[in-house]
Design a protein around this ligand. Structure first.
Ligand SMILES: Nc1nc2c(ncn2[C@@H]2O[C@H](COP(=O)(O)OP(=O)(O)OP(=O)(O)O)[C@@H](O)[C@H]2O)c(=O)[nH]1
Ligand SMILES: [Mg+2]
Length: 331
């Protein structure tokens, strides 16, 4: 059975998996319109699989920000598979590309995508990232998710720097129905964290999510501030923060990789949230992140609404990328 057929069967089992798959499909519409439709054009143009076809395909993958290493790995795997199956025709190649993309991604995954939630006691999640990447919005969406899973959630307004940042988090807190621990603008973010951890502990909250101010990765004092926040949390809850999630904006392309490297050096980043995947035609960046950074992409942002944050799932992602091809194959 082809990869597409297998995926289609797998994703139509429950209504929940259908709706999540639809979210990936919608969120990846821009990338699909650019990338997949070009692949389809290529298939129509070449009809037979030859070196010219492979070369043009390679260009398309690079344009979608998949990253050089991943593209090379994929091209090798494709050439091998085409020979093995003795494929002459380009028809059906999308299915092989999808299958190989999933294989490559999952082979490289050292760590799980799962959020590290403590079974007993408080879990602390710290959000970091440069300005405007979507930290606060993601915190709102994540609290909603966790609350729906029956967890009690509290938020810490650690961005005391940007005007309006505390209010923005409070709006999310009200919308989702979770308490926000805050101090006045300009106060020490480490002091806010101290307060928040104490309150969360005394109230027996399951998950505390800490917002921080957007910071440039090359500003030493700001990066030091993160370390201070980290220390304060750790002192109150040994082993915390259990997650340090770095928010990266997918629309910034390769620049996101530069940011990730700098943050990785300054603090123990445990996972990445790739936001605004719906806003880019270069959704291949997910694959480059895996290959370059070896930090798991735990969530992707597929829109601005409360339920537009989804755990990253390789198969759903690839299915979302090639959804048009899948429907064509069906007909
Ligand atoms: N389309 C889309 N927009 C998003 C997504 N995530 C966040 N945004 C938007 O990105 C903008 C910035 O989001 P914020 O959450 O304020 O970003 P931030 O990292 O907290 O920014 P600072 O606090 O200034 O550092 C907002 O307009 C959000 O609605 C997403 O997944 N998709
Ligand atoms: Mg913010």
């Amino acid at each position: 059975m082809s990869f597409f057929k297998k995926m289609k069967e797998k994703f139509t089992i429950t209504s929940e998996s259908v709706s999540v798959t639809e979210k990936f499909k919608d969120g990846l519409a821009k990338t699909r319109n650019q990338f997949t439709s070009k692949v389809n054009d290529l298939v129509a143009k070449y009809r037979t699989v030859d070196e010219d076809f492979f070369e043009e395909l390679e260009d398309l993958l690079l344009q979608a920000d998949v990253g050089v290493e991943t593209v090379m790995e994929l091209m090798d795997a494709l050439r091998f598979e085409v020979q093995r199956k003795n494929m002459k025709d380009t028809a059906g190649i999308q299915s092989v590309i999808s299958e190989k993309l999933v294989e490559i991604y999952e082979a490289g995954e050292e760590e799980s995508n799962e959020l590290l939630i403590q079974e007993n006691g408080l879990t602390v999640i710290l959000f970091v990232g440069v300005n405007g990447v979507g930290k606060t919005t993601t915190i709102g969406k994540l609290s909603h998710r966790l609350k729906q899973q029956g967890k009690t959630v509290m938020l810490a307004a650690g961005d005391t720097f940007r005007a309006g940042a505390i209010e923005q988090l409070q709006v999310w807190g009200d919308r989702v129905g979770v308490e926000v621990i805050k101090q006045s603008e300009g106060s020490d973010p480490a002091a806010v964290m101290y307060d928040a951890v104490r309150s969360a502990k005394s109230r027996g909250v399951d998950v505390l999510i800490c917002d921080t101010a957007g910071r440039l990765q090359n500003k030493v004092n700001l990066m030091n501030e993160l370390q201070k926040i980290h220390r304060v949390i750790e002192r109150e809850v040994p082993g915390a923060p259990h997650e340090v999630l770095l928010a990266l904006d997918a629309t910034t392309g390769q620049n996101a990789l530069v940011q990730a490297k700098a943050f990785k050096e300054a603090t123990d980043v445990t996972g990445i949230v790739l936001t605004k995947l719906d806003g880019t035609a270069k959704g291949g960046i997910v694959l480059a992140i895996r290959n370059k950074l070896h930090i798991p992409v735990k969530f992707v942002g597929l829109g601005e609404k409360m339920d537009d944050l989804q755990p990253f799932d390789t198969e759903k992602y690839v299915y979302g990328l090639f959804a048009d091809g899948i429907e064509q194959e069906e007909n």
